[in-house]
Design a protein around this ligand. Structure first.
Ligand SMILES: Cc1cc2nc3c(=O)[nH]c(=O)nc-3n(C[C@H](O)[C@H](O)[C@H](O)COP(=O)(O)OP(=O)(O)OC[C@H]3O[C@@H](n4cnc5c(N)ncnc54)[C@H](O)[C@@H]3O)c2cc1C
Length: 448
């Protein structure tokens, strides 16, 4: 949410109206690749999230035949929208655009999408008080990668003198990266963030992030999306590729782009024939993906601050109405890792809501319960086709993202946020970049 404080800006190059990070040129044989391509094969994309839909959008622009197989009853993946809860539409998944310098930022700039800078202020719940400034600046934890050991972020914070008082402040930083502080690697988090180039400002959509995709991307490709197609097997042992779903329907393709969340690959929910190289499956297992949920709380009064960091039940609350046209007071509880697991274990939405209200009552002298109207709990871990929040970097991670993303036999290609090894994993624009990269890889392989 309050993403990185130390961002390197880098050069972006522009081709045909698209901003293309220079890193992609290493995989691109020649600039005219996007101009004259004549391919009569079929590409099947598994998953209709940001990566899959963006890949489809590019294939369509090249006149290449494609189909998207999506397990769920709707497209969007970790982009989803809630209407009717408040007087404005709400993003159940991604909601902040983290920096504008990306393919997605360029798409936004050429559309009529309205975005607003989110420069909301933070308050910290520290030693049972809400304070404006922490006694010790947590930015000290964002060192240069060479100075940071490959320890968990929790152990690293303790080593740097952030004692138990900072426990949930540290959890908030890890939670922003979709993990518990005990699970994420301080070193790999830092190393990957040094590659971040999309910019350090966060923006909110006047409508929703989901609407951007729905209007700009899905509208172009949705006639080629097959919903309720839960892929269980990808057989690439023969010339053509045979894909089978759980209804035993089969689909034939020449090339496949797999964009399912890393959690699905780690669980072996999709069988590959022949099996994937062990180097690759080991790489999948090294990429972390923890629990994640969002809870929206509607109140009659705005008693709360714009951001409240450091709760023991929820380390990050944010005023959902910032950047929106609304007369209502909605507070988002953004809950990741151990905190999401704890709340999930409470069992019911009512129990989850009560635990959050109790914490807010403690912070604001009982005002939460007194002005509570209603809540909406969206637990991403309960979605069997997502099964968590987003990927994070574990101790001893090494080149796992790079290896995981390598294509197999010029037939099976891997995209999705976890396969972004330019530091933009965990984001929508990072997912889009992988969709782009794999279309480039396919075009390269076709031309070889
Ligand atoms: C709570 C939350 C908050 C977030 N906030 C932000 C934010 O503010 N800003 C930001 O940039 N990013 C945010 N993210 C991350 C962002 O949403 C993701 O990085 C991005 O949407 C992932 O896109 P994807 O295409 O890689 O994967 P997905 O969107 O997960 O798409 C993969 C698709 O594959 C489908 N699938 C799975 N298994 C199968 C199968 N067997 N057969 C067929 N289909 C299958 C899934 O149903 C899904 O639709 C957030 C994520 C969460 C969960």
């Amino acid at each position: 949410m309050d993403r990185r404080k130390f961002i390197k800006q880098s050069t972006f190059l522009s081709i045909g109206g698209l901003f293309i990070p220079s890193v992609f040129f290493s995989s691109c044989r020649k600039e005219s690749l996007f101009e004259d391509i004549n391919y009569d094969g079929k590409v099947i994309i598994i998953g209709a999230g940001a990566a899959g839909m963006y890949a489809a959008y590019l294939l369509k622009s090249k006149g290449i035949d494609f189909q998207i197989l999506e397990a769920n009853t709707s497209y969007g993946g970790r982009l989803a929208k809630l209407e009717g809860f408040a007087d404005f539409p709400i993003d159940l998944g991604a909601q902040w655009l983290h920096g504008k310098n990306s393919l997605l930022g360029d798409l936004i700039a050429t559309s009529n999408t309205q975005i607003t800078l989110d420069d909301s202020a933070e308050k910290y719940w520290f030693n049972n008080q809400l304070i404006d400034v922490l006694p010790k600046d947590v930015n000290a934890l964002f060192g240069k990668e060479e100075d940071v050991p490959d320890l968990s972020f929790k152990d690293y914070a303790i080593q740097q003198g952030f004692n138990n008082e900072y426990k949930y402040i540290v959890e908030n930083i890890a939670g922003d990266s979709g993990a518990s502080a005990s699970a994420i690697s301080a070193y790999w988090k830092m190393k990957e963030e040094e590659n971040w180039v999309s910019g350090d400002d966060d923006f909110k959509f006047q409508e929703t992030f989901y609407d951007l995709f729905d209007q700009q991307i899905a509208s172009v490709v949705k006639d080629k999306i097959t919903l309720n197609a839960v892929v269980k097997k990808i057989d690439h042992s023969q010339d053509g590729i045979v894909i089978t779903d759980t209804n035993n329907s089969t689909y034939l393709a020449d090339k496949v782009i797999v964009t399912v969340p890393i959690s699905i690959l780690k669980l072996n929910d999709i069988q590959f024939v022949p099996t994937l190289p062990s180097e690759k499956t080991n790489a999948f297992s090294k990429i972390g993906m923890g629990a994640g949920m969002k809870v929206f709380l509607k109140f009659s009064n705005k008693f709360f601050d714009e951001n409240i960091i450091g709760g023991s039940v929820c380390a990050a609350y944010a005023d959902e109405s910032i950047g929106k046209l609304t007369n209502e007071n909605v507070l988002l509880a953004f809950i990741m890792g151990d905190q999401a697991e704890y709340l999930t274990a409470l069992g019911s939405d009512v129990s989850i809501t009560n635990a959050l209200l109790q914490e807010l009552d403690l912070m604001y002298g009982g005002q939460a319960t007194a002005s509570f109207i209603s809540s909406h709990v969206h637990n991403w871990t309960n979605n069997p086709y997502v099964n968590g929040a987003y990927s994070y970097s574990t101790i001893d991670m090494g080149d796992a993202r790079k290896i995981a993303a390598q294509s197999v036999d010029k037939k099976i290609y891997f995209a999705g946020e976890a396969m972004n090894n330019n530091g933009h994993h965990q984001t929508v624009h990072g997912a889009v970049e992988t969709g782009y990269r794999e279309v480039i890889n396919i075009l390269n392989d076709i031309l070889k």
